[in-house]
Design a protein around this ligand. Structure first.
Ligand SMILES: [Zn+2]
Length: 373
């Protein structure tokens, strides 16, 4: 089966191959992820002009590697699966990219420990953590990571989340953001083992995966700074109150300071810092051409991310209103009321009814309820 993406034509398996799902080789639902990858690589080249080499560490059909090679990167496509390696070779040749790309049939962890790359892209099926240490050990500038195991990340599959991420994820109404912050925490701790500090310059949670781009700084003090960005979130299951505290020691709250209830959850260590660099996100948006299949969606995502507040948890307006027994009003009106009351407020990229604010759950109700009743 042939598919066209980013103005390139690729051969992908149309049916199951030896019992392996075709989405392992080519997942059409990840086109937005790949379009944003190319735009991010373009913007990153402006930010760090020495960056030239790109490793597609789980290349599968080779699509990401082909697209990066067509964009002028010095690419290595790696896969442990022989069928994938053949497919990647075919697709590089089909697009006249074989001179700008090397294909490696091997264990990507072994390759990452042996060879230095400027940019490493981890796009595994499930958790990326088995590959994180090798990526941070030698990568020079940028590590790009996809995680598709959202149920473990957000605490819905609790034990699996604890095992994969060495953290306590909790199932809350901001589950996608819980996943983002659990993933960033685990990646920051993995990088810190190599005295490497991470800065997430672009991160998004989109239908069933989390994607992040981490700029690296090879300094022990930068690794310390990343670790100091970790902390814990306390959450009340009854009134949706939440608060956060920096530090690796958990200090669980027994009783909700807002409603007095005792159904409190504590999650962590989670990443409490910003998940993106606003100026960089704007630069990425400018690098998305109309020809990309998901151009409009990708630009909208960047626009929301650019203005999204750094508060570590978002609210869902509909869930809050349901909890209060009040009808929801228009989102813009709701946010305007918060701002009029003196609070910062922004939309969030986690969904059409999600928002961020520095107001507490009680303050949100006070600022907005008169318009709802
Ligand atoms: Zn409460």
């Amino acid at each position: 089966m042939r598919v066209t993406e980013g103005e390139l034509e690729l051969e992908v398996p149309g049916e199951q191959t030896d019992g392996i799902e075709e989405s392992v080789f080519y997942n059409p639902r990840q086109e937005l992820n790949r379009d944003l990858t190319i735009a991010t690589l373009r913007a990153y080249r402006e930010r760090e002009d020495r960056a030239e080499t790109y490793l597609d560490a789980m290349t599968a059909s080779g699509i990401r590697g082909v697209r990066a090679a067509a964009d002028g990167w010095d690419v290595t496509c790696c896969d442990v699966n022989e069928d994938a390696v053949e497919l990647a070779r075919t697709n590089l040749e089909r697009n006249d990219c074989e001179s700008r790309a090397t294909v490696e049939h091997r264990n990507s962890n072994a390759l990452m420990h042996e060879q230095v790359f400027d940019v490493i892209d981890l796009d595994p099926y499930g958790t990326p953590m088995p590959f994180a240490d090798a990526a941070f050990a030698n990568c020079r500038d940028l590590v790009c990571v996809t995680a598709t195991d959202t149920a473990p990340l957000c605490g819905a599959h609790f034990n699996s989340g604890v095992r994969s991420y060495s953290a306590v994820p909790r199932n809350t109404d901001y589950h996608a953001e819980m996943g983002v912050r659990i993933l960033l925490s685990a990646l920051a701790r993995s990088a810190a083992r190599f005295d490497v500090g991470v800065e997430p310059i672009l991160t998004h949670a989109t239908s069933h995966y989390v994607r992040t781009y981490l700029e690296l700084e090879h300094k022990a003090t930068a690794a310390d700074a990343a670790i100091n960005t970790l902390g814990h979130i306390s959450h009340c299951e009854d009134c949706l109150y939440r608060e956060h505290e920096f530090g690796l020691h958990a200090d669980p709250i027994e009783e909700c300071p807002h409603c007095g209830g005792n159904r409190m959850l504590t999650a962590g260590p989670v990443w409490l810092g910003s998940i993106r660099d606003a100026a960089f996100v704007a630069a990425v948006r400018d690098e998305i051409p109309d020809a990309f299949g998901t151009a409009e969606k990708a630009r909208d995502l960047c626009t929301t991310l650019e203005t999204e507040l750094d508060e570590p948890t978002h609210y869902d307006q509909h869930k809050l209103c349901r909890n209060w027994g009040l009808p929801a009003n228009a989102m813009d009106e709701f946010l305007t009321d918060l701002r009029k009351a003196g609070y910062a407020a922004s939309r969030a990229h986690y969904g059409g009814t999600t928002f961020k604010t520095d107001a507490s759950v009680g303050e949100i109700r006070e600022a907005t309820a008169s318009a709802l009743e």
